[in-house]
Design a protein around this ligand. Structure first.
Ligand SMILES: NC(=O)c1ccc[n+]([C@@H]2O[C@H](COP(=O)([O-])OP(=O)(O)OC[C@H]3O[C@@H](n4cnc5c(N)ncnc54)[C@H](O)[C@@H]3O)[C@@H](O)[C@H]2O)c1
Length: 508
């Protein structure tokens, strides 16, 4: 099937009978954007591939309209690549503003671009390669019902692409949804002994209703299950249950289940399909997305594992209603991290904090929207940098000090998110001391964490044993750490930092 290819600028020029530069000269940017939105709206119900300008999704509700009517593909580029591609700068009125302004514009647009369902990395790639990546991504996820895309994101990795869906009630549709995946023989549901009694039997019923052979495999809840022993016995259990190479592992649980089940799927018969059905806020926004799987050893966390991307992530926020209060609060550590990575989410995270701390969790539009937007940030970052060679490392914001506090406290004493919250406060402080941030970011971050019910007394944790632990961070090279600094919400950077300097700042 072929569809027509159209260019929005050409459509605008034809409609107005003048060039884009002439429209800017006549009516200024506001006038141009108005014409642009009208032209876009007039094309929305036609079937076509439409190339828009870089500013199009950033004005009014254009991005919402585009998402509601089709699949939005963001051709992600570094600023330098984008500038290098412009043959005739005189045709781009916004470029006349100078380098600093263009950089500001570029940075301010990134959060909007990340709302595209597809973020496809294009740096260093020929147009044909990019087109092939988009085509194989769309083919790989073509089984997904179209209506789900208006709220979903995709991890864009060519033929290993997959949808990340967050939709209340989607758990009950799993049988039908998985039926859209390529044919398989059976599904092994791996869960833990908190989630299993709540949702295990229902999950099996739903899958059997969808025509699958399904078996339930339960592990003990908690970090201790991310071990070689549990991994080994699960592999045996799945073989005995009759799983074959075409089978699917379904991870039903938080990050512990997701990491372990993902690693089992990566290893069994040298790799079977895995579908992630996260049941914690942390897993819905972070651990279920991106394909990092693994277990712990006596030497540390996540030291053995594999990159193994799931075929889909289906998150149902209704399942969060049973999540214990402490787990919900702890999730805020990672949510605030996303608010710092993408400043446009920060105000909603601040508004969510008192709701998270309430004894009953309201699964409302705000919660669902925050989960979707954080998940979209993760999906976009993984699409750009699957193996953590650059951008993905920014997801470690708050983790250098957070990990040190978590380890020094003794694993199991603090929840991961509780330690990350303290780590974020430390990251804000270090950024300010290095002269990289202005204002009261530390106070703002502390306030939102406190409202969510987390410990924010960093001083109490800056003990010698914590400072000593910073030196054993696994992401350290030599005497230098790649510390993630934050200038303001939405502006983070990898900053090489001497370990002693970091310790000096923190012990002041
Ligand atoms: N793979 C990644 O990229 C990545 C990223 C971040 C964290 N992680 C890993 O994630 C793990 C932490 O994940 P987590 O915070 O989800 O913890 P978790 O999986 O231990 O779940 C937290 C607790 O909540 C219970 N639970 C889960 N969902 C529930 C529900 N809906 N109702 C009632 N109880 C429920 C669990 O049984 C458990 O006791 C760590 O092992 C961490 O290393 C992985």
């Amino acid at each position: 099937m072929s569809v027509s290819q159209r260019d929005l600028d050409a459509e605008i020029e034809a409609r107005e009978g003048m060039t884009i530069a002439e429209i800017f000269a006549r009516s200024g940017e506001d006038g141009f954007r108005k014409v642009e939105s009208e032209t876009l709206a007039s094309l929305m119900n036609e079937e076509m591939v439409l190339a828009t300008g870089g500013g199009t999704p950033c004005f009014g509700d254009n991005m919402d309209k585009m998402r509601a009517h089709g699949m939005v593909v963001h051709l992600a580029t570094e600023l330098s690549t984008a500038l290098g591609r412009i043959e005739d700068p005189s045709t781009r009125p916004l470029l006349a503003q100078g380098e600093a302004e263009v950089k500001k514009l570029y940075d301010s647009r990134q959060p909007i671009y990340r709302r595209a369902q597809w973020n496809v990395a294009t740096d260093g790639k020929a147009p044909e390669e990019v087109a092939a990546a988009i085509e194989s991504g769309l083919l790989a996820t073509g089984w997904m019902p179209e209506f789900l895309w208006s709220h979903s994101s995709a991890v864009s990795l060519g033929e290993r692409s997959y949808p990340v869906v967050c939709e209340s009630g989607i758990f009950d549709s799993l049988g039908a949804l998985l039926g859209g995946l390529p044919p398989e023989s059976s599904i092994a549901v791996i869960t833990d002994d908190n989630v299993g009694p709540l949702y295990g039997a229902r999950c099996i019923e739903i899958l059997e209703g969808g025509g699958f052979r399904a078996s339930l495999h339960q592990i003990a809840a908690g970090e201790g299950s991310k071990s070689i022993d549990v991994f080994s016995s699960l592999c045996d259990e799945l073989i005995v249950a009759g799983l074959d190479r075409k089978s699917t592992v379904l991870a039903l649980g938080g990050g512990v289940v997701g990491d372990l089940a993902g690693f089992v799927a990566a290893s069994l018969y040298r790799g079977v399909r895995v579908v992630q059905v996260p049941t914690t806020i942390l897993a819905m926004t972070d651990s279920a997305i991106g394909g990092k799987t693994g277990i712990n050893t006596s030497h540390g966390k996540n030291l053995v594992g594999a990159f193994w991307q799931p075929s889909a992530v289906f998150a149902d926020p209704m399942l969060l209603q049973t999540l214990p209060l402490r787990e919900r609060r702890a999730a805020f550590g990672e949510l605030v991290k996303y608010g710092l990575l993408d400043g446009t989410i920060f105000p909603d995270i601040e508004a969510l904090a008192p709701k998270i701390a309430a004894s009953e969790l309201a699964v409302d539009d705000l919660l669902v929207s925050v989960i979707r937007r954080c998940a979209a940030v993760k999906a976009a970052i993984v699409s750009a940098d699957e193996r953590e060679s650059g951008l993905r490392a920014t997801l470690n914001l708050g983790h250098t000090v957070g990990h040190a506090i978590e380890a020094a406290a003794g694993y199991g004493t603090l929840l991961h998110g509780e330690a990350v919250g303290l780590g974020l406060i430390a990251a804000c402080r270090v950024s300010r001391e290095l002269g990289l941030s202005q204002g009261d970011l530390e106070a703002r971050v502390g306030a939102v964490l406190q409202t969510a019910g987390l410990d924010t007394d960093l001083e109490a944790w800056l003990r010698d044993d914590v400072l000593a632990r910073i030196c054993v961070d696994k992401k350290r090279t030599g005497r230098h750490l790649n510390f993630i600094t934050v200038k303001s919400p939405g502006q983070v950077a990898l900053t090489p930092l001497d370990v002693d300097e970091l310790k000096r700042i923190l012990s002041r």
